[in-house]
Design a protein around this ligand. Structure first.
Ligand code: MLC
Ligand code: AMP
Length: 512
């Protein structure tokens, strides 16, 4: 039964409207927006979306730089009942073409500088409207929104109606749209706001991108629920973040953020004096990094674990032991179990695949019934593909991945996608892509290649990658081998490659 109160925006508004005069966003240049301003700007975007014919359930695909306008557009989509579908700004036109064809949005919003190149792609995909959105109101959709009278209505939705579709790459090489409902997002936001003890006066230092779950849902939602001020930085720069930490009480980041803060000379307790909570997730935080941060600042980073398909799943406790190398306990109302391939729960302490059930678990992959049949148990449990252990107290540690996935700087990279591009390069017989330790990004991407005859020039491999894939996915190391190691079944032994090339990035620096 559709209800206004089931809309995630209604939950935020209920919390922040009584505090409308409070500062919501402080931009990098010091410009500020109150909660009242953001409420109104989102109502203008909602009016513009409605005027463009966007109806509840329609997709709005967005590939823009982080800005207050982008956040207000997201909130406008919630108000209009549209399914917000964010894309990483690093994706190439080729990748965008796939997303537009798959999501079939009513509106595609891109960066002003990309519009010329992407409009024909959107047209081919049958998208009715292409808008450009810059980081300031200019000759763009932000300025157009300001020309619309605010439409304060909030669409009535059912709790399982879609609020967002977030694409995640897949082991098959085809990206999948994870369908997240209003109830998925609101239940997770409320749980995190509660367990992380948000207080009046908390200020969030928001340096994450807002096209993925971490920055868009975990960080933004908890702050909105608390009517907290967000210091809204366009991206993570260790020096800027260090400076702005003095105004913040909470920082959320991927492990690379903490590695980069630790790499700052003299970074220490003085920088963090006002911060009550450092949170890490999206990739494993090593016990070594956690201990180094503790030694330097006196603060133990709180590590939590989640994924696009289920939002946050487990968290170390706010009060109580934050144990390095573990991701803590299931969130309230969330059930996790460590299972064998047959779905039977393993004895405590044994390694198995983590399965999750609860109000946070997504509605399935967009238009992929076969994938949904594979990844869900009959009781609604979702198979995460992460290998985990659970102790007697319910504390979970992520110990590996059953899925062939690399995580670099908090971005997921699926080897299959890269192998398909490399295998198609003339002169390449076959390839295998693995993640190996990287001092800055956690993992670095390495391609082992077998040549038909002589090795292909790096420039030719690079040209093929440039044409197809976002740069963060590109291998920065190519290793030519006589043959790929295979087991008796003929399957490539990626562990052997990871072991052989484990030092490939040992001397790499940030961004290399
Ligand atoms: C940038 N580059 C990367 C990269 N980010 N390479 C690998 N992995 C990454 N994550 C490359 C670029 O392609 C570019 O290469 C070069 O680095 C410099 O680009 P940049 O944009 O200046 O990089 P930088 O600002 O240093 O960015 C690194 C970063 C950023 C770690 C700060 O990637 C980041 O903010 N990551 C956060 C990701 C995140 O939000 N993950 C959450 C997913 S949700 P070239 O060759 O072009 O120069 C999720 C669920 C959960 O996982 O549990 O939270
Ligand atoms: P994504 O699909 O981008 O949402 O990434 C989700 C994946 O990130 C999970 O399935 C895990 O493999 C990984 N992940 C997230 N948080 C952690 C963590 N704290 N420790 C280890 N892996 C993590």
């Amino acid at each position: 039964m559709p209800r206004v109160t089931a809309n995630l925006y209604a939950l935020f508004a209920e919390r922040f409207r009584p505090r409308a005069e409070r500062t919501c966003f402080v931009a990098a240049d010091g410009a500020t927006w109150t909660y009242g301003d953001v409420d109104e700007l989102s109502a203008r975007f909602a009016a513009m979306l409605r005027a463009a014919g966007v109806a509840p359930g329609d997709r709005v695909v967005v590939q823009v730089d982080k800005s207050v306008g982008a956040a207000a557009l997201y909130l406008g989509c919630l108000r209009a009942g549209a399914a917000y579908t964010p894309l990483n700004t690093a994706y190439t036109p080729d990748e965008v073409a796939y997303f537009l064809g798959d999501a079939e949005p009513k509106v595609f919003v891109c960066r002003p500088q990309d519009r010329g190149g992407l409009a024909p792609i959107a047209e081919t995909a049958g998208v009715a409207d292409v808008w450009a959105l810059g980081i300031q109101p200019g000759a763009d959709a932000w300025a157009d929104a300001l020309g619309h009278a605010p439409d304060h209505a909030v669409a009535a939705v059912a709790s399982d109606d879609l609020a967002a579709i977030c694409y995640t790459s897949g082991t098959t090489g085809r990206s999948k749209g994870a369908m997240l409902s209003h109830a998925n997002l609101s239940s997770n936001a409320l749980a995190l706001h509660n367990i992380w003890g948000f207080e009046d006066g908390d200020v969030l230092l928001h340096a994450l991108p807002i096209f993925h779950v971490h920055g868009l849902f975990v960080a933004l939602h908890t702050a909105l629920l608390n009517a907290s001020t967000m210091i809204f930085l366009p991206s993570f720069d260790a020096r800027d973040v260090r400076k702005r930490l003095r105004e913040a009480t909470i920082l959320m980041g991927v492990p690379t953020y903490y590695a980069r803060l630790l790499a700052e000379p003299d970074f220490g307790a003085d920088d963090c004096a006002g911060v009550r909570l450092f949170i890490s997730g999206s990739a494993p935080l090593t016990a070594q990094a956690s201990d180094a941060f503790f030694a330097r600042t006196g603060q133990r980073i709180l590590e939590r674990y989640g994924m696009t398909e289920a939002g946050m799943i487990t968290s170390n406790p706010l009060d109580g032991d934050r144990v390095a190398g573990t991701v803590g306990f299931a969130l309230p109302e969330v059930e996790v179990r460590v299972c064998g391939d047959d779905g039977a729960e393993r004895p405590r302490g044994d390694v198995g695949v983590l399965e999750v059930k609860g109000p946070n678990v997504f509605q399935g992959y967009w238009r992929m019934p076969e994938k949904n049949a594979e990844d869900f148990r009959a009781d609604g449990g979702f198979i995460t593909g992460d290998l985990a252990t659970m102790d007697e107290s319910g504390r979970v540690a992520i110990v590996g991945r059953a899925k062939d996935l690399i995580i670099a700087g908090g971005y997921n990279i699926y080897p299959k996608e890269i192998e398909a591009v490399l295998d198609a390069v003339p002169g390449v017989r076959e390839s295998a892509v693995v993640g190996v330790p990287h001092p800055d990004m956690g993992e670095g991407v390495l391609a082992a290649l077998v040549a038909d005859a002589a090795p292909v020039a790096d420039a030719d491999l690079q040209a093929a990658l440039d044409a197809k894939l976002a740069r963060f996915k590109h291998p920065r190391r190519f290793a030519w081998v006589d043959a790929l190691p295979r087991n008796a079944m003929g399957k490539v032994q990626k562990n052997a490659l990871r072991e052989r090339f484990k030092a490939a990035y040992a001397a790499a620096s940030a961004g290399e």
